[in-house]
Design a protein around this ligand. Structure first.
Ligand SMILES: C[S@@+](CC[C@H](N)C(=O)[O-])C[C@H]1O[C@@H](n2cnc3c(N)ncnc32)[C@H](O)[C@@H]1O
Length: 305
């Protein structure tokens, strides 16, 4: 696919990087009569990141409702919406209270007539170490479709290697034959992928970007080549990059021009084949025990100091 980047939505652009509010972009797409096969996003969590104005939780919910309603308005009849969220945390120390944003937002989608297909748990290894509660190491992706059995779902492109491919059926007409699928197994609704922290090859200056592989799996499963993928909060363009790599068109908005410039640079690297990225389905690294950092410090060994 050619890389044609436009600052406004046009059907000719393969990538739209819109500088401004997400509702303005969603409105442009609606006015052009275009339909998204997939809306995938990680919205602000209202936790006071550098790119967000912290508001009351009620106002935050109202703004999310407006975004979700506009996304449903541009969704194709067979399309999907994937909303990737974590927790909004109020207070500090022992006063901290966690609000799971997926539980808060689920009724909004439901009232708009959508059906939940999966609540995908994204598990990752790194984050803040908590003292007065368990450290948070997962976020979720709510995957919704319209109320139709005809939604797009392609399992084969996202199958993952089986643990025991040599297993054989032990009864029935297939007795003695391999019992799995030669293309691999269903990746399930629990995804272990490192989050994009300092040592991750995809790290940019954005404080909370998606890993490319996370969006890529959704794009492969929920769209076909040439389809339009929309991310109303596109940040440094991870959705645009994954869409481009997989021959899908994309449109995304962000209020921070600097992030969009990084997105443009990443797309150009993707075109040249030089984009640093972690391959989809690369297993999470498990220490062998020989690494220096995996050894028990001398100071912890009884009798040593
Ligand atoms: C969680 S980040 C998304 C990061 C993105 N998934 C990526 O991989 O780069 C949320 C983004 O929403 C943007 N944002 C905040 N308010 C916005 C608004 N009203 N319209 C569009 N973008 C907005 C922020 O600048 C931020 O980059």
């Amino acid at each position: 696919m050619d890389l044609v980047i436009s600052p406004e939505y046009t059907p000719e652009a393969t990538v739209t990087l819109f500088h401004g509010d997400r509702l303005a972009l969603l409105n442009q797409i609606a006015e052009a009569g275009a339909r998204a096969e997939l809306v995938v996003t990680s919205p602000p969590y209202n936790v006071g990141k550098e790119y967000e104005r912290r508001t009351s939780f009620e106002e935050y919910k109202r703004e999310q409702e407006r975004t979700i309603e506009a996304c449903v308005g541009i969704l194709s009849p067979t399309g999907s919406i994937c909303w990737q969220v974590g927790h909004f945390i109020e207070g500090s120390g022992r006063e901290k209270e966690a609000y799971p944003l997926d539980l808060v937002l689920y009724p909004v989608f439901k009232e708009l007539g959508l059906k939940l297909k999966n609540r995908i748990a994204w598990h990752f290894g790194h984050g803040l170490h908590e003292t007065f509660r368990f450290s948070g190491r997962h976020e979720t992706i709510l995957w919704f479709t319209r109320d139709t059995p005809d939604y797009t779902f392609n399992l084969d492109p996202v199958r993952v290697p089986q643990k025991y491919p040599g297993k054989r059926a032990f009864r029935g007409p297939r007795k003695g034959r391999p019992s799995g699928n030669p293309l691999g197994k269903n990746p399930s609704d629990v995804w272990s992928m490192p989050n994009v922290k300092a040592n991750h090859p995809e790290k940019t200056e954005h404080p909370c970007q998606f890993p490319v592989g996370l969006v890529e799996r959704l794009i492969l499963a929920l769209t076909n080549e040439g389809d339009l993928v929309v991310d109303p909060y596109v940040g440094v363009g991870t959705t645009a990059v994954a869409s481009y790599l997989r021959n899908r068109r994309s449109a995304g908005a962000d209020t921070e021009q600097g992030y969009l410039q990084i997105a443009r640079g990443r797309l150009e690297q993707a075109k040249r084949g030089t984009l640093p990225r972690r391959p989809l389905n690369k297993p999470v690294y498990r220490p062998t025990g020989n690494e220096k950092a995996a050894q028990i410090p001398m100071e912890w060994v009884e009798g040593q100091s």
